[in-house]
Design a protein around this ligand. Structure first.
Ligand code: T68
Length: 891
């Protein structure tokens, strides 16, 4: 739908070597000057850092646009199959450094900036993070875009242009506070608004003669964010949708119509793209969230189909040109919307539409936590999207029909097995009863009567043969996309993950263990029907942002050792670093770099928290979203113990202790009660420990506020040990573990998520692995111990919390109860079970740190061993094994 009228201008014919705009014709230096003067209107002398950043960004923008236009024109001409990555979240962080370096213009910009007495690194800090994501899932999408472009794969990301991203976290009175993140405050040079690309998206309304008549309509307007590949001409695209009220473009109707109604419509439209939901592992079930999901999915599908139809007639060919990867269940409504578009808008039959849909759509699962698996009430769906609910019902009924034969056979087999068993049992019981009667008869009348009574009761209680039809019906329910709410009887829910599995041709988990767990625990009955659909694609991270650019010092050292910087493109080359681990001179230089990065982090800690930390102690980092399953709480308890031990030591003993700076970072969802208390506890421990003169540099506990992509880029290179200590079986993969490993931080972790594969690559002997295994969890949860059986160190530490050593004992009361009280959480994430082995691992860390040569040797081994976790490898696997999309580089 081209809703905006276009002036009738004819453009001059394109030049051969397209050069869009003025700037690229200017050199870098001249273009920065041009932007400073005309775009941001700051003359050289009073160019504040933000203005200088803006000018540099606009200068880079123009170069990006060139690469973008050329790539997109080339792909249009070649018409290769495209991958469309549908994601409600893209956690991009800052763009400048990445863009400049991927375009291979680092040297030129550095040179040009000398004139202003600035370096690129400092200028880059003028940019606000684009935090359009919660955590790992959103950041993964961002890494994938970088890899797709770098591998020359024709692909776009599709998402939402939230005006407010992930909240800014502040600390006030020892508690987390949430502040709005208006990231567009200084303008955004990285996006291109496309008023000419708009689509209508409907909501509510009714079905009239089988046709959906929406009760509300909004306009989706495109913004394109160019995604430069690494040292390639390819520049991909992230298309983000903004919502406009229809009246905004139809001024006449606006004037003629009801003014207040028009304002209300605008408000409602604005609401759709206003803010990112800050929940990373619980579902809110809010209608607005479903609206957001449908909004971006519908616009993206309409957009793709429109572009397809510009070049092709028959939609039957769509699967040869387009694949939609659904990042978790958030875009799963795509299954129904693609069906609707094909049937209602393009006149295909249901069966043809289904054949196309199930060849175009694939689904990635990121969680096994039940509270994070989306289930929308039928009531909500039917109201917001009546036609889609009808289609989902049809999809479900066809699906159940298609498996009734399978389920019946299964029930019959089970019945046959249990019948044989039952008959055997019944015969034995009958024998016993007969014998009992004979024995009773011998004892006389009274005994016989009593025995007869028992026998007839037993016979009455004997199991009746099961009814096959009922059993089939019961079993079918477990396969059904539409299910009854197990908590609220009578309420029906649409299980979005089931819809995704039924509608997709491929389903994948994000680490080897996780991909197994989804097969055995989440979708076992679907695996029976289509085992070939289930795959693993172990996550990865882009080595550009997460090693080359965030740690240029270490990168230079690696490049020098390998004699090439090709490892940035081909991460397997990192393996060649292994022999250098044995070289003492190299190790010394490796340590020097780490010291430098620790210094930068210490400076940041001082700025943000006021704490002065030395750069001599071990830097121990625990950063990620705050969640009970991630067990920052267990770390906090261990630190209380460490503090207690240090306090009890003699001065001689203290002189021998291994000092640590422990840094936490991470946001707690604003409504996540326990997570916020965990943040408060860490802050309180820091307050006590860091101000204890007896402790000094032996232990510092820092909570660095507002952990985000840019903070991570500073923190990760400084880490010596990093913590990934989730209860086994709960963390799907984790991706910061990969970033830390690549930057030479050692890992303390459980056998969970990608930790396992990192262990396989690095050698488990080089990690500090502890804790129970995923397959022991269920049993352990059943027989949780009494508080009195706990490790005495653990009990004593909790006692210190309860007795107020860290202040506010009442405030922490239910946090303590959540792991000690049978009726109040009952230690669901098994902190008590893992505590002792966690402490052993911590002791082993201290021991190894005393031997700096061995520690550094291992650090190098980590970097050398983990090239596998490049997202280039992950994306290459997706492209070959799921998407069937080919690299299409420009000559
Ligand atoms: C993460 N999931 C996994 N979810 O927890 C992590 N959820 O193990 C994995 O490495 C990562 O995905 C990438 O695969 C998330 O980050 C969310 O952020 C989220 C957001 C909204 C709703 C539910």
């Amino acid at each position: 739908l081209k809703v905006r009228s276009m002036l009738d201008i004819s453009f001059p014919p394109k030049e051969e070597d397209t050069s869009n705009g003025v700037a690229p014709k200017l050199g870098v230096e001249a273009s920065i000057e041009h932007e400073l003067k005309y775009r941001v209107s700051a003359n050289n002398t009073d160019a504040r850092p933000v203005k200088l950043y803006q000018s540099v960004a606009w200068s880079v923008h123009d170069r990006l646009v060139d690469a973008f236009d050329q790539t997109q024109a080339y792909w249009k001409e070649k018409d290769p199959k495209h991958i469309y990555y549908l994601s409600a979240e893209f956690l991009m962080g800052r763009t400048l450094t990445n863009a400049v370096n991927n375009l291979d213009l680092g040297g030129e910009y550095a040179e040009a900036l000398k004139k202003y007495g600035a370096d690129l690194e400092t200028v880059a800090t003028g940019e606000l993070d684009a935090a359009l994501g919660n955590g790992g899932l959103g950041r993964l999408a961002a890494c994938f875009l970088d890899s797709m472009a770098s591998l020359d794969l024709p692909g776009w990301g599709y998402g939402i242009r939230y005006r407010y991203g992930m909240f800014k976290q502040g600390v006030k009175d020892g508690l987390q506070v949430e502040l709005p993140d208006y990231w567009l405050d200084n303008g955004n040079p990285w996006e291109i608004r496309r008023p000419e690309t708009q689509f209508k998206v409907g909501f509510y309304g009714s079905l009239e003669d089988g046709k959906w008549v929406p009760g509300e309509e909004v306009i989706a307007e495109a913004y394109d964010v160019p995604i430069p590949g690494y040292k390639t001409k390819t520049c991909g695209n992230l298309r983000l949708w903004d919502a406009l009220a229809p009246e905004e473009f139809d001024l006449e109707a606006f004037n003629a119509g009801d003014y207040s109604k028009a304002v209300e419509q605008k408000r409602r439209a604005d609401g759709i793209t206003a803010v990112l939901y800050p929940n990373d592992a619980t579902e809110e079930g809010k209608e607005l969230r479903l609206k957001q999901q449908f909004f971006f999915v519908s616009a993206s599908l309409q957009d793709t189909i429109a572009r397809y139809l510009e070049q092709h007639k028959d939609l039957a060919g769509l699967p040869d040109k387009a694949c939609f990867q659904m990042n978790d269940t958030h875009p799963t409504i795509a299954v129904a919307e693609l069906m609707r578009l094909l049937i209602d808008e393009h006149g295909l039959s249901y069966d043809d539409a289904w054949a196309i849909t199930t060849k175009c759509v694939a689904y990635t699962n990121h969680t096994v936590m039940p509270e994070a698996l989306e289930k929308w009430p039928v009531r909500v769906l039917a109201k917001l999207l009546p036609r889609h609910m009808q289609l989902i019902e049809q999809i479900n009924s066809n699906w159940l029909d298609s498996i009734t034969g399978h389920v019946t056979a299964k029930v019959e087999a089970e019945l046959a097995a249990s019948d044989a068993e039952k008959q055997k049992k019944a015969a034995a019981a009958a024998e016993e009863r007969k014998a009992a009667l004979v024995a009773a008869e011998a004892k006389g009348e009274e005994a016989l009567a009593a025995a007869k009574k028992v026998v007839s009761e037993e016979e009455a209680a004997e199991e009746k043969p099961a009814d096959k039809a009922t059993l089939v019906e019961e079993k079918l329910k477990t396969y059904s996309i539409i299910q009854e709410n197990q908590w609220t009887k009578g309420e029906m829910l649409v299980n979005m993950a089931y819809l995704a599995v039924v509608g997709s041709f491929a389903v994948n988990g994000v680490a080897a263990i996780h991909s197994e767990i989804i097969k055995t625990d989440i979708f076992p009955h679907f695996v029976e029907i289509f085992p070939e659909r289930f795959q693993n694609k172990t996550n990865g991270v882009t080595l550009r942002r997460w090693l080359a650019y965030c740690n240029p010092e270490l990168s230079a050292l690696i490049t020098e050792a390998l004699g090439t910087d090709e490892w940035v493109r081909d991460a397997t080359l990192l393996a060649k670093l292994k022999p250098f681990a044995e070289d003492a001179a190299f190790r010394a230089r490796w340590r020097e770099v780490k010291q430098q990065k620790k210094k930068a982090l210490a400076e940041r800690i001082r700025e943000q928290t006021g704490y002065q930390v030395s750069t001599e102690p071990m830097y121990d980092i625990h950063v990620k979203r705050i969640h009970e399953y991630k067990r920052q709480y267990m770390n906090a308890i261990s630190l209380i113990h460490r503090y207690k031990v240090l306090k009890e030591m003699t001065p001689e003993q203290r002189a021998k202790a291994v000092p640590r700076v422990v840094v936490f970072g991470g946001k707690a969802a604003s409504a996540y009660y326990m997570a916020k208390k965990i943040v408060a506890l860490i802050l309180s421990i820091g307050e006590t420990v860091n101000n204890d003169p007896e402790i000094g540099d032996l232990l510092k506990v820092v909570f660095l506020p507002n952990y985000n992509v840019s903070e991570a880029e500073l923190i990760i290179p400084a880490a010596e040990i990093s913590q990934h200590i989730s209860t086994a079986g709960t963390e799907a993969s984790g991706t910061s573990n990969m970033k830390f490993a690549l930057n030479g931080a050692l890992i303390i972790g459980t056998l969970d998520g990608a930790n396992i594969e990192i262990g396989e690559n690095t050698g488990f002997e080089n990690l500090f692995i502890f804790g129970v295994k995923a397959d022991e969890i269920n049993k352990l949860r059943e027989d949780r111990k009494n508080f009195s059986d706990y490790d005495p160190r653990y009990t004593a530490a909790l006692q210190m919390v309860s007795s107020g050593v860290f202040g506010r004992p009442e405030y922490f009361e239910d946090l303590v109860a959540s792991i000690t009280d049978m009726n109040r959480g009952n230690d669901w994430f098994l902190l008590a079970n893992d505590f002792a082995s966690y402490m052993d691992a911590q002791d082993a860390i201290d021991e190894l740190y005393r031997d700096q040569e061995e520690w550094t040797r291992r650090s190098i081994i980590y970097t050398a061993s983990n090239g596998f976790f490049s997202s280039d490898r992950t994306i290459d696997q997706y492209a070959r094994e799921i998407w069937n999309v080919q690299p299409t580089p420009q000559p």
